[in-house]
Design a protein around this ligand. Structure first.
Ligand code: ZN
Length: 387
């Protein structure tokens, strides 16, 4: 994978290291609505479930590398998503960033971690030793991408109860051991605040996702020409994710609950954006673009597929929120990528002219999508020639 591709995948939030703000618990903006149901009530119930997690984790009878679905840490499900707050997944990401910060890679490649301030006075002697060892074990994760590195993805999947320990490359298993060793410390000192923030995020976002998801899914499938995943997409909320706040890889979405860019109102678009990176949806729009430029007789811009995910999820979120009685949403990109990236000044009018009407038409017809993409390809190639 190239660095370019990595940067693209990381491109949800602000450029460079995103500021992690310690927010108070955001109130529910939309209130609870039918459609989002709670699988495990409040933090109290989650705490009650601790301890049984390891023993109860169902690993029997599954294929190599696969664990049965672990719903211990599921907070809420909607028809299409499973929103989770899981201490192992949170700790795994915290240790990645902590190890990077400890390795002087901060702040370029790690989120600033407020817990690092004064941690020595928070932990007692024994805890300090165990914690330092865990951070040391995570030196293995430095200079590796949580989005593209198979070993880190395997540790993440194991932490989430979605993969076995055996599926982790042997050289990377010390990270899993570090998570188990440091887990009691994490739970004692930092998890209650992280879990509360994760749950507050889910509470403020899931009802709105539930209200529009069926319509958005149908239109996204029509727009990209690929199928939505068969199962609910797991969404792990963590205090620290990647520097820009969210990523999607190997069928799971990870979102920082503390990053200011991942909260409402743009959180709903973010969820559909990250879902668009599931394999069959992403491949469909990429190959559609490739074919359109082949037909138009020119090379496609490398970043167009990702830009179109930005525009498509922004526009569909705007459109469907309005249809469900909530007008006035503006695309996340309107304050972000659209104004930061110079290419957008020519690209945005073209997408508004050819792609928006196609999205509005809600046509799933392949020739409608193909001709919309070809119109975009021709217009962008013409701009390139003039420029
Ligand atoms: Zn993306």
């Amino acid at each position: 994978m190239t660095v370019e591709r990595m940067q693209i995948r990381f491109a949800w939030g602000a450029a460079g290291a995103a500021a992690i703000l310690l927010l108070g618990a955001p109130g529910s903006l939309d209130g609870r609505q039918p459609g989002a149901r709670s699988a495990a009530g409040g933090p109290g119930e989650a705490a009650a479930a601790v301890g049984s997690h390891v023993a109860d984790r169902p690993l029997v009878g599954m294929g190599v590398g696969q664990a049965a679905r672990d719903t211990t840490w599921t907070v809420t499900t909607t028809g299409r998503f499973e929103f989770r707050s899981d201490p192992r997944v949170g700790l795994h990401h915290l240790l990645i960033d902590w190890a990077r910060a400890a390795g002087d890679a901060w702040p370029s490649f790690a989120a600033p971690i407020v817990e690092r301030d004064g941690w020595r006075s928070v932990l007692d002697d024994d805890e300090r030793r165990v914690w330092a060892d865990a951070v040391d074990a995570y030196r293995l994760s430095r200079r590796r991408s949580p989005v593209h590195d198979d070993g880190l993805i395997a540790v993440r999947d194991w932490a989430a109860g979605a993969g076995t320990r055996e599926a982790i490359p042997a050289a990377d298993r010390p990270m899993a051991d570090a998570v188990e060793a440091a887990l009691p410390i994490y739970r004692r000192h930092w998890w209650p605040a992280h879990d509360a923030r994760n749950r507050a995020w889910i509470e403020s976002v899931a009802p709105t996702v539930a209200a529009i998801e069926e319509d958005v899914v149908a239109r996204l499938e029509a727009a990209y020409g690929g199928p939505w995943p068969d199962d609910r997409i797991p969404v792990d909320l963590v205090a620290y994710a990647v520097p820009v706040g969210a990523y999607s890889t190997a069928g799971r979405v990870t979102i920082s609950s503390a990053d200011r860019d991942t909260g409402m109102p743009h959180a709903v678009e973010l969820v559909f954006h990250e879902a668009s990176h599931t394999e069959r949806l992403e491949q469909a729009i990429r190959s559609g673009i490739r074919q359109a430029f082949e037909t138009a007789g020119g090379r496609f811009p490398d970043r167009l597929w990702h830009d179109m995910i930005f525009y498509t999820t922004g526009e569909l979120t705007r459109m469907l929120l309005a249809e469900h009685g909530r007008p006035g949403y503006t695309h996340y990109g309107a304050d972000g990528v659209y104004v930061r990236g110079e290419r957008w000044s020519t690209q945005l009018p073209i997408l508004e002219r050819y792609w928006r009407p196609f999205l509005r038409s809600a046509s799933g017809a392949e020739d409608a999508r193909r001709s919309a993409l070809e119109a975009i390809a021709r217009a962008l190639l013409a701009e390139r020639e003039e420029g």
